[in-house]
Each structure stands twice: as structure tokens, then as C-alpha cells.
Design a protein around this ligand. Structure first.
Ligand code: COA
Length: 153
């Protein structure tokens, strides 16, 4: 799918919620209330990859320069390994850097091998293991990337 990137629009809420439910197990995926909360934070930014018919993925971040946090990155199963996640991340990193962000943090479950491989591929390094971070029993990696000077150009 030749997905185009655009800013989140409130009419995207239902498909984004559905996609997040499909991407993560119950308890790790966001409730409607949590997702709405994050999307409406003044410090949040959300980019959507979509064509006229459907949404292939989205990235949701929160920033407080020089730090930013990736809240979630979700790509629909049928669009995975086609570069959608990389495209969303590259654009988001570029925008964040233009707004003064130098370091990006995120958490991902230690058993989420595709995600860990994806983040490592994009220069994120494991900083710490957060014990029982998800559901009070699943450990998470805290991962970090320092943006390079050339990325925002
Ligand atoms: C992790 C995720 C966002 C990756 O998105 P994607 O669009 O499939 O990623 P891309 O196609 O841009 O992949 C880029 C590179 O990441 C790595 N990668 C991505 N998925 C991988 C997998 N399943 N196994 C191993 N490496 C993987 C590869 O190096 C890949 O390059 P390649 O396809 O040339 O080998 C997607 O799998 C997803 O939405 N998963 C469910 C939600 C989730 O776990 N989100 C991240 C946690 S916050």
C-alpha cells in the first residue's frame, strides 16, 4: 500500500483505537480513555500513514525538548515489513528534532522480538530492563536514541 503520511485527525480515532487493539494484547493496548488522553495532550504529536481507504499505521509521541517519548508505533499486520513503520519513525524523528528534541526514549516488552529488532535497526539501544512494567508481570526494555545532527536537515 502506498501510504501517505499526514497529521492525525479526530475522525481517525476509531480506526486508530482498533489498530492498537489488534497490535497489542489486552492490558498492553490502550483503553479508549488512555488513547484519547494521549492524543489530546498539548505536548503530543501523532502521524498517520494512510491512503483514501484505510490506515496502515500511526506513531504517537510526546515531547518536552530536549527529550521525547514514543508512546506507541502501530502498523497493521498486513502492512508490516513494507517500510511503513520506518517511514513513520523517520518523519517523526525529523519533526521532533526540528522542535529541539535531542533524545528519544521508549519502552517495549522484552518478548516483543519484532519491535526490539525494529528499534535496534533504527539506532535505539537498550538502556535498562524495567521489571514487571506491563500488567505487573512483563518486563520491558527502556530504549534510547540520541538524534544525530544530520537527521533534522
Ligand atoms: C514493530 C513494527 C512497528 C515494525 O513496523 P514495520 O512497518 O513492519 O517495520 P519496517 O517494515 O519499517 O521494518 C524495518 C526493519 O525493522 C526490522 N524488523 C521489522 N519487523 C521485524 C520482524 N518481525 N523481525 C525482525 N526484524 C524486523 C527489520 O530490520 C526491518 O527491515 P527489513 O524488512 O528490511 O528486514 C510492527 O511490527 C508493529 O506494529 N508491531 C506491533 C506493534 C508494536 O510492537 N509496536 C512497537 C512497540 S511500541
Amino acid at each position: 500500500m502506498p501510504a501517505t503520511l499526514r497529521a492525525y485527525d479526530p475522525k481517525d480515532f476509531a480506526p486508530l483505537f482498533k489498530l492498537d487493539q489488534a497490535c497489542f494484547p489486552p492490558g498492553i493496548s490502550y483503553t479508549k480513555t488512555m488513547l484519547r488522553y494521549f492524543l489530546t495532550l498539548p505536548s503530543a504529536d501523532c502521524l498517520v500513514a494512510a491512503d483514501e481507504k484505510r490506515i496502515a499505521g500511526f506513531i504517537l509521541t510526546e515531547e518536552n525538548p530536549p527529550l521525547a517519548h514514543i508512546i506507541t508505533l502501530d502498523v497493521s499486520e498486513k502492512d508490516r515489513r513494507t517500510g511503513v513503520g520506518s517511514k513513520l519513525l523517520a518523519e517523526s524523528e525529523r519533526n521532533l528534532q526540528l522542535r529541539g528534541v535531542k533524545t528519544i526514549l521508549l519502552e517495549t516488552s522484552v518478548d516483543n522480538e519484532p519491535a526490539v529488532a525494529f528499534w535496534q535497526r533504527h539506532g535505539y539501544r537498550i538502556e535498562a530492563v524495567l521489571k514487571r512494567y506491563y500488567l505487573g508481570r512483563l518486563d520491558a526494555y527502556e530504549m534510547r536514541k540520541r538524534l544525530s545532527a544530520s537527521q533534522g536537515q
